[in-house]
Design a protein around this ligand. Structure first.
Ligand code: SF4
Length: 399
């Protein structure tokens, strides 16, 4: 692979803000020190036309040198607690250019002084260089390291993720953060049909992760968006695995805009991977214990109820009533929160107080009126008032 060309681009804002914390790895404030990625994963979604990344995706790397300075200006003004989420589908904050430009380290220093929690998603073990700073973040609030890893060993990894860290290095990084007391998780995605989605690969991968004691492993299938992303991947598949072409053509024949494979494959792959989650006793979502007490209570509850939907769906439960209750809670939250968003002088702790009052029966509507589901309202009272934790493996409350 040719060395990357680094392009500097000054930005005007550091953080991309979401109204509510996302259920997917708990993101609230998105931060990205670069665009495009020299890891050059053959399946990278970032090549899809919808992201408008110019140039050669794994060679023309755009960096944002003024990010630490902007971040130092923006963080003190935030009125709401939430995870700063570093990493996205179209770049990796710890890709090789970070070794020389150290923009991410500059941001980590600012975050470490802010008292806000953070989550980093990466395929590069270079994240351990900043363990001193991320440990400080963890000591003040919470730090979550999420490593993307699907290959149980390095034999197939190099073909599909040529510029990313070796499997053993990523495992070592997870262990180092775990030993430092940080929360850790793995995105076992995208699972490649016939290569990493097999029982053999998943079994060996999950066994390694169970030995480290990661907090969650979230599996996901490969998506191939029609156009540049799919073409690029299929050419490289033909290069090393020509015998699989016919099967991929069959799985991705629908040419969905999302890039999703056929439904039967999605269901079978999810159920195979989740069997391994159950076998090793590791949940497939960031457990409640990671974000409990870190987020505002109203946001904690919103993440929890959306996770509960996925957790119950995964065991084949009928989630119709729970989905309606969750929808009513989110509707209530968005409506109440809009009032705080509009008034720059208001403090979001007031919204926490409203939720506590609704759960303790001292406000109208109370939580039972809001969710219109008595059993679910009881569960929320236990979480909000008694500070119980919902266990993602037993699906029970722990007090
Ligand atoms: S590490 Fe992520 S962003 Fe970078 S090439 Fe791989 S999939 Fe794309």
């Amino acid at each position: 692979m040719n060395p990357p060309l680094v392009h500097e681009r000054l930005v005007t804002t550091a953080l991309k803000r979401a109204n509510l914390t996302g259920a997917f790895v708990l993101g609230k404030y998105g931060l990205s020190p670069s665009m495009a990625c020299a890891h050059g994963c053959t399946y990278c979604d970032g090549r899809a036309e919808r992201y408008w990344v110019d140039g050669e995706f794994d060679r023309d790397i755009v960096v944002r040198p003024n990010l630490p300075e902007l971040l130092a200006h923006e963080l003190p003004k935030l009125r709401e607690r939430g995870f700063i989420s570093i990493g996205s589908g179209i770049t990796d904050a710890y890709q090789p250019v970070e070794q020389v430009r150290t923009i991410m380290r500059g941001c980590a220093e600012v975050i470490a002084d802010s008292g806000l929690p953070a989550v980093v998603m990466t395929k590069n073990a270079a994240v351990t260089r900043d363990l001193d700073l991320w440990r400080r973040v963890n000591e003040r609030s919470r730090f979550l390291l999420v490593v993307s890893l699907t290959h149980a060993d390095d034999q197939t990894r190099a073909h599909f993720e040529p510029g990313a860290s070796r499997v053993e290095e990523r495992i070592d990084a997870l262990r180092a953060f775990r030993d430092a007391g940080c929360a850790t998780g793995v995105l076992a995605m995208p699972l490649l049909p016939g290569i990493t989605d097999t029982d053999d690969n998943l079994g060996r991968l999950y066994d390694q992760l169970a030995r480290i004691g990661v907090d969650f492993v979230q599996p996901g299938e490969l998506t191939l968006r029609p156009g540049r992303q799919k073409r690029w991947f299929m050419e490289r598949l033909a290069d090393g695995y020509p015998g699989l072409i016919a099967e991929y053509d069959r799985l991705y024949a629908e040419e969905r805009a999302s890039g999703a494979p056929i439904a039967a494959y999605r269901t079978a792959t999810a159920s195979r991977a989740l069997r391994h989650n159950r076998r090793v006793g590791i949940p497939f979502l960031p457990p409640h214990s990671i974000y409990r007490g870190v987020l505002h209570r109203y946001d904690e509850v919103n993440v929890l109820i959306h996770h509960m939907l996925d957790l119950y769906r995964a065991i084949g439960a009928d989630v119709g009533r729970l989905r309606s209750a969750a929808g009513r809670y989110t509707e209530w939250l968005v409506e109440r929160k809009a009032r705080y968003n509009r008034r720059p002088s208001s403090r979001y702790d007031g919204l926490d107080a409203e939720l506590i009052a609704a759960c303790s029966g001292s406000a109208i509507p109370d939580i039972g009126d809001i969710v219109q589901n008595a059993r679910f309202a009881d569960l929320l009272r236990s979480v909000v008032i008694d500070r119980a934790t919902f266990d993602y493996t037993t699906l029970r409350l722990r007090r």
